[in-house]
Design a protein around this ligand. Structure first.
Ligand code: HEC
Length: 157
């Protein structure tokens, strides 16, 4: 991966960062945070909302995917989602959803454990699934507003 490669060159000599270079590219941004979305999610997860324009971002097409055991909860609206549910929004540059731009994702925490983030953990990942730095409360803030009674999810299946 390009990013991991340049970190290796820049920081060769630092044991910590050299170790980061050895880790699977796409798993870490060097800060220890790893993607909770599995690398093969595009083939392993079930699509619960097909390729359509995003209402959040102009001109970006998105798909929403989740693991097969949680797909019914999403499509049938069985709330709250079980702890551990991961929902991924894949963002694309083209109408057919083939050029992946990046992913945003939410993972359900135990109810009552993180009221300030809506009991979800939030991530923004680049196309290689490397976590980007975000403010959890910004994600949660908007999702609280768009989802009366839908356990923080915004999109219609
Ligand atoms: C300005 C409001 C807003 C903010 C801020 C926001 N979202 Fe969303 N999000 C939406 C909307 C609206 C949708 C519905 C799908 C669409 O049209 O893009 C959505 C959909 C999603 C989905 C698909 C599941 C669902 O809720 O339908 C995920 C996952 C997601 N967002 C993650 C994030 C993460 C992570 C962040 C912070 C980095 C974030 N969102 C910030 C508005 C927002």
């Amino acid at each position: 991966m390009k990013v991991a490669g340049s970190i290796c060159v820049l920081y060769l000599g630092s044991a910590l960062l050299v170790a980061a270079c050895d880790s699977d590219p796409g798993d870490s941004n060097g800060s220890g945070e790893t993607s909770f979305v599995p690398k093969d999610f595009l083939s392993e997860y079930v699509e619960v909302r097909n390729c359509r324009f995003s209402i959040e971002h102009d001109s970006i097409n998105i798909r929403v995917l989740t693991s097969s055991e949680h797909a019914v909860a999403f499509t049938d609206g069985i709330y709250p989602f079980p702890e551990g549910t991961i929902i991924a929004k894949a963002e694309y540059d083209d109408m057919n959803c083939s050029e992946l731009l990046g992913v945003t994702a939410m993972r359900r925490l135990a109810t009552g454990t993180s009221p300030e983030t809506g009991d979800w953990e939030w991530q923004r990942l680049d196309a290689e699934l490397v976590p980007q730095s975000i403010d959890q409360k910004t994600c949660a803030g908007c999702h609280t507003g768009c989802t009366e009674g839908r356990d923080m999810t915004c999109t219609n299946p």
